[in-house]
Design a protein around this ligand. Structure first.
Ligand code: GSH
Length: 300
């Protein structure tokens, strides 16, 4: 049977968001802890070179980016949904906003007061992959703190009609990502109540859900061996009206300074997802899935 395996590390906000998503969905999962900075050669055996966190593995299917991971979780176990009524899939847009526009302000708020706790290797890694040059980043912290407060105000306004969670009565994907930003900014000592009473009460409700305990900790070697024992799932198709053909060699990279580029054979393409087949001696045949949003896909 294909196991659900989360590759992550405790401090990662996006990792925390997916731990909460797994808890909301009441799914059992194995935990593989990955390094906080590159290189991540073992993770790359599975992903083909994508080194961001988190990565979800279901057997021989590897899902990169929380946008793609949440869709994979919905398919694997439709209920309870991460997109509960009444907001439904509109909540995906709020999650994407939190993971993009509000994420750097949360990082600035968190790191602004912890800059010296992070070593040179961390700053060099984040400069190369995220453009976070320490000398330019630290002076921008007051601006980022202001942006974080502005986003917090918008969150508080959204919650001020008395809704329990951002999409209604039940928690979902957007709550997970918004929560992760507030919790990460909290490394600076900032309390959720600084964003107002509505945000503080919402944060407490989500904290009560918990982050889910993994069933078992695995090593990356175990996860790689498990991929080799499994076959990728069926169901990928290439929409050739999008300018690519099935079986074509392609490369994919994140829209950012991050040079990590994954090569493979195109097996799936839609406006939602890009899937590449890759084969290695260690992991056998795997399908690596990305959201199309935020990725640069090119022929290779
Ligand atoms: N858009 C991605 C962003 C993932 C991301 O930037 N994750 C951070 C950690 S929370 C990361 O990978 N940092 C660099 C690292 O861990 O090596 C997603 O939604 O998964």
């Amino acid at each position: 049977m294909s196991e659900i395996i989360l590759h992550h590390y405790p401090m990662s906000p996006f990792g925390q968001a997916m731990r909460m998503a797994l808890t909301i969905k009441q799914m059992a999962w194995k935990s593989v802890e990955q390094p906080v900075i590159c290189p991540k050669p073992e993770l790359s055996v599975l992903t083909g070179g994508y080194e961001r966190i988190p990565v979800l593995q279901i057997g021989a299917d590897i899902f990169c980016d929380t946008d793609c991971i949440t869709d994979a979780l919905e398919t694997a176990k439709p209920t309870p949904s991460l997109y509960p009524a009444p907001s439904g899939r509109a909540a995906k847009l709020w999650a994407l906003w939190a993971g993009a526009s509000w994420f750097m302000p949360a990082v600035g708020t968190a790191l602004g007061s912890n800059a010296d706790m992070m070593d040179e290797a961390f700053w060099q890694d984040r400069e190369a992959r995220f453009g976070m040059k320490k000398e330019a980043f630290l002076p921008a912290v007051p601006h980022l703190q202001g942006q974080f407060a502005a986003g917090g105000q918008a969150l508080g306004n959204a919650l001020s009609d008395g809704r329990r969670f951002i999409g209604g009565d039940l928690p979902g994907h957007a709550d997970c990502t918004l929560y992760a930003c507030v919790a990460f900014a909290g490394l600076s000592g900032l309390q959720p109540s600084a964003l107002g009473a509505h945000v503080a009460a919402w944060f407490e409700r989500l904290s009560a859900i918990g982050m889910g305990d993994c069933e078992e900790a695995w090593s990356t070697e175990q996860a790689i061996a498990h991929a080799k024992d499994c076959q990728p799932m069926d169901g990928c198709t290439v929409d050739e009206t999008m300018g690519f053909r099935a079986g074509q060699p392609v490369a994919i990279k994140t829209e950012s300074p991050d040079p990590a580029t994954v090569h493979g054979t195109l097996v799936g393409l839609s406006a939602q997802r890009v899937s590449l087949a890759r084969e290695t001696a260690e992991a056998g045949l795997v399908h690596v899935h990305f959201p199309l949003l935020g990725q640069i896909l090119t022929p290779a």
